[in-house]
Design a protein around this ligand. Structure first.
Ligand code: RTP
Ligand code: MG
Length: 141
């Protein structure tokens, strides 16, 4: 098993619901460590750049609108199998399909307002982490 890093974002809906701590607690209980974190209100440009892979998708505008609607909490998680482990904790993209006990099942309202983001592969994790954090802002433990 590999020690990995992944980028996690607590989206505006979950920040507004005041569940940052509850979500961090799930990361910690699963053995994931928060090794970098910042709260930020994304500009349109930042959100568009972050989700550039989805540029041509029909939901792109709604996604950017939503991601810029309020502050987000951005963190790097580190641990064994961090990428898959985080995706497991998050649950399916659509909260209606998310397994009971997952973050999206418990805190998400819709496929747009779905509480969290998590990198989906080692390559995207590396790009997404570098998008928000300088290496001096990450504290491996
Ligand atoms: P994320 O990137 O945010 O972690 O979510 P994900 O991997 O589970 O889903 P992805 O396919 O990467 O889509 C990114 C975000 O776009 C919104 N979406 N809307 N209306 C739709 O059909 C639709 N599909 C995706 C979701 O908010 C999703 O998190
Ligand atoms: Mg994705």
């Amino acid at each position: 098993m590999a020690l990995e890093r992944t980028l996690s974002i607590i989206k505006p809906d979950a920040v507004a619901k005041n569940v940052i701590g509850e979500i961090y607690s799930r990361f910690e209980k699963a053995g994931l460590k928060v090794v970098a974190a910042k709260m930020k209100h994304l500009s349109r440009k930042e959100a568009e750049g972050f989700y550039a892979v989805h540029r041509e998708r029909p939901f792109f505008n709604a996604l950017v609108e939503f991601m810029t609607s309020g502050p987000v909490m951005i963190q790097v998680l580190e641990g064994e199998n961090a990428i898959a482990k985080n995706r497991e904790l998050m649950g399916a993209t659509n909260p209606k399909e998310a397994a009971p006990g997952t973050i999206r099942a418990d805190f998400a309202d819709s496929i747009d307002a779905n509480a969290v983001h998590g990198s989906d592969a080692p390559e995207t994790a590396a790009v997404e982490i570098a998008y928000f954090f300088a290496s001096t802002e990450i504290f491996s433990r």
